[in-house]
Design a protein around this ligand. Structure first.
Ligand code: KE4
Length: 427
């Protein structure tokens, strides 16, 4: 007897490639078919078969307040009855821009777009236009969305010249992306020395969140800031995950680094499609219609998305919000570390604020290479056991787990107990 999720997946596979609108939702790396979510409220989601899960994915980061937050839903419905889109200027665009730039001092100006990919893609084009240079540096394991310049693998050879990471990405595009190693400043110095005067920008996730969670080692971000400034290279922080997540002011506030450009997404849309990029006024004024670098979007600054984003940013800006979230995240970390000690396992648990990752690795994870030592087969079995215990985690070892303000102490105790049961059954 097929479950409702299985029936829906079969239908989807007939008309949607792989049955999904984004590959990671296909649950391939946990070797099962995807479940279909019917609705969510607070910390919980409910699938098409009526199963309830405590959700630690939060739509991959946006739902720092949990699902269907009353204030966000009201903001969207109030906006909807006034019109869903105008393709013209609205006051809400100014309000969200003011809210963002007031907590991100490095963002003297900001442009709204509809996704994280649009934000990073546009920031790269702007950096190339502003500097007149063509090459960019990214780090192996950092994900910046699916624009061609980012779907690049580390090539062989000392220059680690990029090679296409996907069919459809041309060699011409790939050759302008150089690949460095996160937390290895020498790998960046080598590229800069080899391509003097050719590099427009260096883009990174200040805390890696797409290879699991990997923290910048002491001084790495500061060294990048100094190195890029000394070589006329724009430093771009991709804070699509970390923005409004690890602190109100994102990783740049948490680590006290001032990038030239910042990309945002996820949380600033309150669950609706929103991305943004911004930074130094002299760079942002290169954007059309003021400057020569073209960038546009029919639904950019959409009034419903702006309303959701405004409601979200106002709520997370409330005094004590991040302190309360940190207390929850610390409680979760303490439970995990206590379990690892009791079972005498060297798995790595990495956390910044309310984003974390438990790697089923043989040791610490401070680099992409170490993250790749994680046992993905073990993770797949762990994921299924957690699902059966009513816990919804990312269907991949190489993603982040998120605590929201909607998670109660009881939810965190449920997580810890389920984790202990699942791991003890598997080791
Ligand atoms: P979107 O285009 O998916 O809105 O954002 C791309 C992006 C850019 N930068 C960072 C640091 C990101 O994490 C992302 C997207 N994150 C993934 C999950 N980690 C989205 C999930 C998916 O692809 O379905």
């Amino acid at each position: 007897m097929l479950t409702n999720s299985e029936k829906l997946y079969q239908q989807a596979c007939q008309i949607i490639p792989g049955g999904v609108n984004s590959p990671v939702r296909a649950f391939k790396s946990v070797k099962m078919n995807p479940i279909y979510i019917k609705n969510g409220k607070g910390a919980y989601i409910y699938d098409a078969d009526g199963n309830k899960y405590t959700d630690f994915v939060g739509s991959w980061g946006p739902l720092i307040l949990g699902h269907a937050d009353d204030d966000i839903v009201k903001a969207i419905t109030d906006a909807a009855v006034l019109g869903t889109s105008f393709g013209a200027c609205t006051e809400k665009e100014i309000e969200l821009a003011q809210l963002i730039t007031s907590v991100y001092p490095s963002m003297e100006m900001v442009r709204m777009v509809n996704s994280g990919t649009e934000a990073t893609m546009s920031a790269i084009r702007l950096a190339r236009g502003f500097t007149g240079r063509s090459k960019i540096i990214k780090f192996e394991g950092c994900y910046h969305g699916h624009a061609d310049s980012f779907l690049i693998k580390a090539g062989s050879g000392v220059l680690t010249l990029g090679i296409p990471g996907s069919p459809g990405v041309t060699d011409g595009v790939a050759q302008d992306t150089l690949i460095a190693t996160y937390n290895d400043i020498q790998s960046v110095e080598k590229l800069i020395d080899a391509k003097k005067g050719e590099i427009a920008a260096l883009i990174l996730e200040p805390v890696m969140g797409n290879a699991g969670v990997i923290l910048p080692q002491d001084g790495f971000l500061q060294q990048l800031r100094e190195l890029t400034a000394a070589n006329g290279i724009l430093l771009i922080f991709d804070e699509v995950i970390t923005g409004f997540r690890v602190a109100l002011g994102g990783a740049q506030q948490y680590f006290n680094i001032k990038p030239d450009l910042t990309c945002l997404g996820k949380i600033i849309g309150g669950g609706l499609p929103v991305g943004a990029f911004g930074g130094r006024r002299d760079i942002m004024e290169y954007l059309a219609p003021l400057g020569p670098v073209y960038q546009a979007g029919t639904l950019a600054g959409n009034p419903l998305a702006m309303a959701a984003g405004i409601a979200m940013v106002k709520k997370v800006s409330a005094p004590g919000f991040y302190e309360n979230l940190e207390a929850k995240a610390q409680k979760n970390e303490a439970a995990v570390l206590s379990l690892l000690k009791r079972i005498n396992k060297q798995f790595a648990f990495n956390r910044v604020g309310s984003m974390s990752c438990l790697f089923f690795s043989p040791g610490k994870v401070t680099s992409y290479a170490e993250a790749m030592t994680a046992d993905t087969a073990f993770y797949a079995e762990f994921f299924k056991k957690m699902l059966n215990s009513g816990i919804y985690l990312a269907p991949s070892q190489f993603e982040a787990s998120f605590v929201s303000s909607a998670h109660s102490d009881a939810d965190l105790e449920h997580l810890a107990a389920s984790m202990e049961k699942a791991i003890k059954e598997l080791i």
